[in-house]
Design a protein. Sequence first.
Length: 562
Amino acid sequence: MRWNITSKPEKQKVQQLQNELQVDEIIAALLIQRGIETFDQARTFFRPTLNDLHNPYLMKDMDKAVTRIEKAIENQENILVFGDYDVDGTTAVSLVSSYLKSFYPNIDTYIPDRYDEGYGISYKGIDYADDNGISLIIALDCGIKSIDHIAYANNKNIDFIICDHHRPGDELPNAVAVLDPKRDDCSYPYDELCGCGVGFKLVQALAQNRNQTIDDLIPYLDLVATAIAADIVPMTGENRVLAKFGLEVINSNPRPGIKALIQNVKKKTLSITDVVFIIAPRINAAGRIKHGNEAVALLTEFNLNQAEQFASEIEQHNSDRKDLDKQITIEALAQIETNNEQENFTTVVYQENWHKGVIGIVASRLTETYYRPTIVFTKSGDKLAASARSVKGFDIYNALEACSEHLEQFGGHMYAAGMTLKEENYLAFKNAFEKVVRETITPELLIPEIAIDAEILLTDIHPKFIRLVNQFEPFGPQNMTPVFLSKQLKDTGYAKTLGQNDEHLKLFVKQNDSEGFGAIGFGLGKKLEITKNQNPFDAVYCVDENEFNGNLTVQLRVKDLK
């Protein structure tokens, strides 16, 4: 692991904020690292309210979208709510369709089949609308580059409203309204919303038009928080407000579908991390193993018994997904070792029978194992399809662009991408990709990095400090859980390994004569030697509160030891 300590903010700024807020220097520095430099910004950060949300009509084309929907309702038109098959898309479809159905019956939903239609707006979906007398489609979490599809729909007299958050191309589709805060000509104050977030802004605008208040929309925030967590968008601005209040809904009064998914979870209060690892994979599993429609059915079901039935089916899909990704990961690792490719700068593997729905997860697992830009291929029809994942700081999209002569098509962003190619081009592409990465990646990018917020003493960890750090939640990109470094620690002599294969490390650490803390290092069992005989070591960790048998204790979650 590379330990990278974030540079300290300007001392004068830290002191000023420290005095204004009456907090420790460490807390003031953590806030400034997150762009919070004034008393008012800190108040908004620590005490967000739904009134902090921006007026939805500040988004370009919002007035056109609302006018067209109201016209459709007035004329008794059939409306189709269309969205992608992942968590962001299915929650967005569930949100917008269930809101519209609360006052208008002629609403249908459509999720494209991951394998038959692929990502985004599909001709099959437009034909479905045409066959069913639908004259307006609201597309969520997709559509910003669907120029040809929208033209096809226009020829059938079907209007489109696009709600997307991906970066537009040079040309916008010819839709009635294109809601996307990343449009160059859109001056909306916050452009990091997920697809469900843009859908929520549309619902917020419709609600304002119908004299409803933000309080009327609180029941929908469990969906928005789930999408924000799953889509790994920055946990700043509106996302943080929506996630915070959405988490409150998840923990107090979630919709039956989410309640059914979490009712067997032992934890009293779910965090955003729990949403990422418990709720999101289950919703995603529907689209990966069966069909995204099942996720929408679950999330829009208001009968708890029926929701529990849907949830048990999705639980089975998730179990199948786990088995598949575990098995494929084992096969992929064996392939790398058989071909003696552990020393490569890339990891590229292929087997024709691997399940297309889980190759992205497998690519992530391989990246964790070898920490290299990784691509996993499988057979899809008469072509090969793949998912790619990168390491921090390396743009895999640019690397694919440099090898694009071997590809049929590709798309994505810096850290994740998808592509297809002809089978006969696989080896040529694999070699070209290895060559490009070998020539362009810097050696330090092949070593995982731990970003450290601050070096502190164990004596800095006191109840008020912990209480304030907890108020930084919900955590996510650009507002990650603070990571601390403490030097010259010693274990009190009771260090031991835990787990079936002794993979985890349990410690009780002190620094000089400080009060000690229990510590757990997941996956750090091999570092037990470092801590023996009261030898001093440095540790990088997060401060956790551990709940056991109703007792709350402070615990250090160790990320690395040296």
